[in-house]
Every structure is written in structure tokens, then in C-alpha cells.
Design a protein around this ligand. Structure first.
Ligand code: AMP
Length: 514
């Protein structure tokens, strides 16, 4: 079943409800959104001759056009390729070329970058700037009936964030996204028709995937005028819109919490902050709950099982009296409704509770494979199980605690050290704002622990941090070196680039070492 039915059905039963707002202003109802998607679909097939299954890329900052382009593509059976707006033109070119996208919709500031790198883009017919009369003219076509699509058909070609090497195209199907949506209501948030979602994080990623439950319910989709995340603007939007839920990366939660805008009146309109996409450290989460209250739900997913592996519900965040409360806060929660989860050793054998191994996932949320990459598919999906590359352990009640990506585990003197544990410890120091821990080769120990720290003033010394670690973690896990940076290197999704930190170490680039 085609995902576009989410919009078709809502437009039929709740057509007069407000669908899209920009800032405080309502832009269109569900009836209008559906009509625009249907007209765009006609333009895509008649004017550009696109056939179901072909790809259409989006190089767009968050904006009202995002939803109409996504749903216009699905209406005509096409597969969108949403690309993060912060990527380099060379990265856009790689994704356009690899996906064989026939058209690319772009916001004005990104069109030039795409036009400039046309080598090898033989499939690409046109880049359509969504701020121009050409884009507007696409809505002058007649409406057409929505295309039929099967659950196994490609719905969203999602290029993984590529913190190491080239991004791979995860082929997310209609069935994968129906599954994610079905799990959302019991496991993440029971969105209702009077709620609203604010797209503060990139719509090319988790925030965009977040649209489905809101579309299903006929709730409001709010695009911030900045097209992104500014804490002050987010608080201002809370003054206007009610029942707000948003998908946030952990770094955004931190910025929101540090901003003084949280008042009782404003928070009354904030239902849920769904966070995920990277580790949320316990110290940051506790601070977040102090300032924003119990409005948090965590999800753990990856492009290969989008938004849909585990969830740590609002109730779990609230159970302060539970004997395992601290461990639970440090976990990513339990398997979502339609997901099977286990932790396995290198041979794929299930490990008992408490033991650490690779996280494996099976179920209808898991992609069938990578775009034109059977080798990577065979490596990642074995015997029907998605090998996530994440290392973690389950407890007896099914709570999963993630340690790290398998390639980031440090092995020192034959013992595994999980950087996440060291990072959690350092973040409890009041003068540590951000931290990332990696291993570097060491002649005697195999690897040794190095911490990159973004400090608050007055900057602590390495000796201060070492003393602090001694109160928190085993001696052998303590960093042997500290490097202080103004900021950690991050990719377009805000994930710390440990490969970049390793390169800095290997090349001996200057930053203050103690
Ligand atoms: P991506 O495919 O770009 O969405 O990246 C997915 C990866 O982000 C996962 O494999 C995890 O390593 C990490 N990740 C996602 N959600 C969480 C979470 N809640 N806690 C820790 N890491 C996460």
C-alpha cells in the first residue's frame, strides 16, 4: 500500500483541517495539500515523463515545499531521495549520480551548488528551484489518481550519514515506513488530531520521517521560519501552537535546555520531545528533565530500520523509584512493537542478558538492502538479521544499553573499553561541555584512551579531569591524554566525526594537549 494514502485518507475525512503552517501562519489545509500533491504528480509524469519507481532528489532546507514534494512523488509512485541541505556539492553530486535521480528539487541557496557539478549526472534532467515560477507552474496541471505501490517498493532512498567512508543508499520501502508509523503510536507518542509537529531538525532525516503519524491523524505540520533550529524561535512557536511534538538530536535538546526561554506557560504547549540519532548522556538528560519536565521519549533506529528499533517511553523516564532507574535512563529502552531484537557474538549466536555484543534486528521495519550494493547488503543483512554495527547489551527485562559503534570500541591491554562510558563519566564534571573519546595505537597496550574535550571556563586541567575520572570509572579506562578543542568536528547531522579525531591524532595536528 502506497504511503500517500496517509494524506489521501486524511484529506478525505478531515480536509478542512489545517495541514501546514510556516511560523505562526497557517498556509494550507489538508484538502489543499492533497490537491497540490496530486497536481505535482501529474506534472512529474506528464511533463517530465517519470515512471513509478524512478528517483527524484530533494536538496532542500526545511520549508513548506518539502511535504508537497515528498507526497507529490509518492502520489505518482516515485521514490524521493532526500539529501541533507548542509552537504557539500560534491556529496550531492555523488548521491544524484548513484541514485540515478531524474529531477532534483532544490531551495534557492542550494541550486547553484548542484548545477556546478554535473559530471556523470547523465540521468538528471533538471534542477527545479522551489522558489521560482517554474515550480509554481507545476501545480497548474490536473489532478491525477494516486499510483499503486506495494509494501516492498522503494519509498525513500536514504543515504546513511557516512561517518566513515562513502554513504550507502538504504532502500526504505513503503512497508518499512508503514511499520515505523504503526509502532509510533504505542511505543513513542500517541499523537492526536489537535497536535502539531515542529520541523526543527532536518526533514531529510528523522524529523521528516516523523511526519507520518502526524499526517495519519490530520495534525498540524509547522515549519519554523528559520528553516531549522533556533532555541528562541522554538520557544516562540510554543506560544502559538499547541500539543507540540518534535524530533530532536541530543545536541538540540542541550541547546534548548541551556536557553532561558522555558517558562511554565510555554511548556504547557510542549507535549513530547523525541530524541535520538546519537547518544544522549545521562547528565544531559537529567538536566533536560529538570528544565523541561517529563516530556521525553527516546528512539533508537538507523537508516536500515528507520526510527524503529527501540524506544524509551515517557513512563520509563518518569519511574524514578525503580531500582534500575539510572541504568534505564542510560539505555535506549525496549524493542518497538514489530521489532525483534537480540545481542549476538561475532558468530551470530545470541548472548545472555548482561553480555555485550552486536545489536541485531529483524522485522518489517528492516530494509531489504542497499541501493545497487549487493556486497554491502550481504555483509549487513545475514540470515534475515540486520547487523546494526552497534554494540550493546540487553538486561533481563529487555532494555538495551548501547555502548558504541563496534568500530569505535577501544581495546587496551586486551580489555574492551567503551568510549561512551568514559564520555558519560567526563560529562558529569561541571566544566566539561562536550567530549568525545577515541583510541589511538599504542606499542605496549594495543590502544590507549584519548579524550577530546570542549571545556567551559575556567578550563579544567588534565589533572582535574583525571581526578574526576578516578571517582567515576575503573582506573584502566581513564584517558591517558586530553586534548582541548573549541568544538568537536561533526557531520551534517550533528554526529561527532570520530574518524576526523583519529586523523587529527595520527597527523599530530596542533591542538592544546595536556
Ligand atoms: P543513521 O543511520 O544516520 O540514522 O545513524 C544511525 C546510528 O546512530 C545508529 O546505528 C546508532 O549508532 C546511532 N543512534 C541512533 N539512535 C541512537 C540513540 N538513541 N542512542 C545512541 N545512538 C543512536
Amino acid at each position: 500500500m502506497n504511503l500517500v494514502q496517509l494524506l489521501v485518507r486524511t484529506a478525505r475525512s478531515r480536509g478542512e483541517r489545517a495541514a501546514v503552517a510556516q511560523g505562526a501562519g497557517i498556509l494550507m489545509t489538508y484538502r489543499t495539500l492533497a490537491r497540490r500533491a496530486a497536481c505535482l504528480a501529474t506534472a512529474l509524469s506528464r511533463r517530465f515523463g517519470l515512471q513509478p519507481g524512478e528517483r527524484v532528489a530533494l536538496a532542500m532546507k526545511n520549508g513548506p515545499a518539502y511535504l508537497e514534494v515528498l507526497y507529490g512523488c509518492w502520489w505518482s509512485g516515485l521514490a524521493p531521495v532526500p539529501m541533507n541541505a548542509k552537504l557539500h556539492p560534491r556529496e550531492f553530486a555523488y548521491m544524484l549520480q548513484t541514485s540515478g535521480a531524474r529531477l532534483c528539487f532544490a531551495t534557492p541557496e542550494l541550486t547553484a551548488g548542484i548545477g556546478g557539478e554535473t559530471d556523470g549526472l547523465d540521468d538528471l534532467m533538471e534542477v527545479i528551484d522551489v522558489s521560482t515560477p517554474l515550480y509554481d507552474s507545476l501545480f497548474q496541471h490536473d489532478e491525477t489518481a494516486p499510483a499503486e505501490r506495494g509494501l516492498d517498493d522503494l519509498a525513500w532512498l536514504f543515504f546513511t550519514s557516512g561517518t566513515t567512508g562513502r554513504p550507502k543508499g538504504a532502500q526504505i520501502t513503503h512497508g518499512n515506513l508503514w511499520t515505523m508509523t504503526a509502532c509510533y503510536f504505542p511505543d513513542v507518542d500517541a499523537v492526536g488530531p489537535d497536535d502539531a509537529t515542529v520541523y526543527a531538525a532536518p526533514m531529510s532525516h528523522g524529523a521528516g520521517l516523523h511526519n507520518f503519524p502526524y499526517m495519519a491523524q490530520g495534525a498540524l505540520h509547522v515549519i519554523p521560519e528559520s528553516g531549522g533550529f533556533e532555541a528562541e524561535e522554538f520557544y516562540r512557536l510554543l506560544e502559538v501552537h499547541r500539543g507540540v511534538g518534535a524530533f530532536f538530536a541530543p545536541t538540540m535538546v542541550k541547546r534548548l535546555v541551556e536557553h532561558p526561554g522555558a517558562s511554565e506557560a510555554v511548556l504547557e504547549h510542549l507535549n513530547t520531545l523525541v530524541y535520538g540519532g546519537g547518544p544522549m548522556y545521562v547528565a544531559d538528560l537529567k538536566r533536560g528533565m529538570e528544565v523541561l519536565g517529563n516530556r521525553f521519549v527516546q528512539i533508537y533506529g538507523q537508516g536500515e530500520s528507520p526510527m524503529c528499533i527501540t524506544a524509551l517511553t515517557r513512563d520509563m523516564h518518569a519511574e524514578r523509584d525503580h531500582p534500575a532507574y539510572e541504568q534505564r535512563l542510560a539505555s535506549v529502552g525496549r524493542a518497538q512493537m514489530l521489532v525483534e531484537l537480540r545481542v549476538a557474538d561475532a558468530e551470530g549466536r545470541s548472548l545472555p542478558p548482561g553480555e555485550t555484543g552486536e545489536v541485531l534486528v529483524r522485522g518489517p521495519s528492516v530494509i531489504p538492502g542497499y541501493w545497487q550494493d549487493p556486497e554491502a547488503t550481504a555483509k549487513t543483512i545475514r540470515d534475515g538479521w540486520l547487523h546494526t554495527g552497534d554494540v550493546g547489551s540487553l538486561d533481563a527485562e529487555g532494555f538495551l544499553t548501547l555502548k558504541d559503534r563496534s568500530k569505535d570500541v577501544i581495546i587496551s591491554g586486551g580489555t574492551n573499553i567503551y568510549p561512551r562510558e568514559v564520555e558519560e563519566a567526563l560529562l558529569t564534571h561541571p566544566r566539561v561541555a562536550e567530549v568525545s573519546v577515541i583510541g589511538r595505537p599504542h606499542a605496549e597496550w594495543g590502544e590507549e584512551v584519548v579524550a577530546f574535550v570542549v571545556a567551559r571556563t575556567p578550563v579544567p586541567t588534565a589533572a582535574d579531569l583525571d581526578a574526576h575520572c578516578l571517582t567515576q570509572i575503573a582506573r584502566f579506562k581513564r584517558p591517558k591524554h586530553y586534548r582541548f578543542l573549541a568544538a568537536l568536528p561533526k557531520n551534517a547531522y550533528g554526529k561527532v566525526l570520530k574518524t576526523e579525531l583519529r586523523r587529527v591524532l595520527a597527523e599530530g595536528e596542533s591542538c592544546r594537549e595536556t
